[in-house]
Design a protein around this ligand. Structure first.
Ligand code: ADP
Ligand code: MG
Length: 407
């Protein structure tokens, strides 16, 4: 759970310069966010993307956090701000137990991370220790934020109806505004609180088993975290390509594809990237692009092969969008029931490359939500960089509240 201000009631008075970090999947980013109030109200952002080499993702926690601090140092120098100390918001998108705005204990790594010595530790402490090891600058780590929450807050800046955040990127997760009376872990009955659902772990108790196929099971078993994040593994960017690859292997074994010959390439994990699902489904060139992609993967295909591959991509992405839509329908309908309303108007703030770039994912998901939650009028708002901007906005609010308390 994350204690943060209701998205509909903040940001009209926030201002200042903030640093934000975004760690939670494919890239690591450092951002400088300038928040202005008054007539020039708005947010200006500068950011730089850094890769995290696999050996660092799978190394020790110290190595990972030293690398993060190295990236911050590089960014400050790049921005001509060496030595400047700014308040920092840390978007850290892994399952955590968040005890306060600036303390968050990592429960389990997901999405390909496996750095040792971090699970069970407070990630703010790990970050501060790495900053001190470097002895070059100090930073005031004000807030740890989940990317779903950052996305909801960012969209709430534009639309006061935004009370849900959704990510469909490397992984998938959602958050929503829950009534305090339903939040057992926190005292108090009044008002609302943002709940980070960690919905990627839905199904880990077996409740999705009727829906999981042998291909889902195969992808799960070969992942870094078998048995965990089962819902996420049916929906998100890190896994859809692998599901397709497993189906193609099965079809080839049955003699339905590639003349029954399984190439070494097809046996290679990760070669079928989720971006290929988007490219294949966008193909308007009479399957020429599908064949070009398969050729690039070393898979010599006939015209029939490319028709089948395209159909597999369509089915896998469609199922992902429908599952995601089913989850979202349950969330919005719960908000409606919580409030005893016949109808609910609500906005969902969304971020994630799969949602944004796949040609059909968003549309299929929206249709599913409409079908399954007919009493809710749901709008979807794409966040403009929710993960980075949201952390800065939350940091801005926290700084204002802290300063008010000191006066
Ligand atoms: P993160 O979730 O790590 O913040 P993103 O939202 O950028 O990052 O999502 C990254 C994921 O998006 C990757 O797993 C990748 O497979 C997937 N992806 C990248 N390009 C595309 C595309 N064109 N279509 C669909 N998925 C894509
Ligand atoms: Mg992200």
């Amino acid at each position: 759970m994350t204690e943060c201000p209701s998205p509909s009631r903040v940001y009209f008075s926030e201002k200042g310069d903030f640093l934000a970090l975004d760690l939670g999947g494919t890239n690591f980013r450092v951002l400088l966010v300038r928040v202005r109030n008054g007539k020039r109200r708005g947010v200006e952002m500068h950011n730089k993307i850094y890769s995290i080499p696999q050996e660092v993702m799978h190394g020790t926690g110290d190595e990972l956090f030293d690398h993060i601090v190295q990236c911050i140092a590089d960014f400050l120098e790049y921005m001509g701000m060496k030595g400047v100390s700014l308040p920092l918001g840390f978007t850290f998108s892994f399952p955590c137990q968040q005890n306060s705005l600036d303390e968050s204990i990592l429960l389990k790594w997901t999405k390909g991370f496996k750095a040792s010595g971090c699970e069970g530790e407070d990630v703010v402490t790990l970050l501060k220790e790495a900053i001190h090891r470097r002895e070059e600058f100090d930073l005031d780590v004000v807030a740890v934020v989940n990317d779903t929450v950052g996305t909801m807050m960012t969209c709430g800046y534009e639309d006061p109806h935004c009370e849900v955040g959704l990510i469909v990127g490397t992984g998938s997760n959602a958050c929503y505004m829950e009534e305090m009376r339903n939040v057992e872990l926190v005292e108090g009955e009044e008002g609302r609180m943002c709940v980070n659902m960690e919905w990627g772990a839905f199904g880990d108790n077996g409740c999705l088993d009727d829906f999981r196929t042998e291909f889902d099971v195969a992808v799960d078993e070969l992942s870094l975290n078998p048995g965990r994040q089962r819902f996420e593994k049916m929906i998100s960017g890190m896994y859809l390509g692998e599901i397709v690859r497993n189906i193609l292997i099965d079809f080839t074994k049955r003699g339905l594809l590639f003349r029954g010959r399984i190439s070494e390439r097809l046996k290679t994990r990760g070669i079928f990237e989720t971006k290929f699902l988007s490219q294949i489904e966008s193909d308007c060139l009479a399957l020429l692009q599908v064949r070009a992609i398969l050729h690039h993967l070393g898979l010599e295909s006939t015209c029939d092969d490319s028709i089948i591959v395209k159909e597999v991509c369509t089915v896998v992405a469609r199922r992902a969008a429908q599952l995601c839509g089913a989850g979202m329908a349950a969330v919005v309908d719960k908000i409606r029931e919580n409030r005893g309303l016949d109808t609910l108007k609500v906005t969902v703030g969304v971020d994630g490359t799969l949602y944004k770039l796949h040609p059909h994912f968003a549309k299929v998901m929206h249709e599913t939500v409409k079908d399954l939650a007919p009493k809710c009028d749901v709008s979807f708002l794409e966040s403009e960089d929710g993960s980075g901007k949201g952390a800065a906005l939350i940091t801005a609010v926290a700084c204002r509240i802290r300063e008010a308390g000191q006066r």
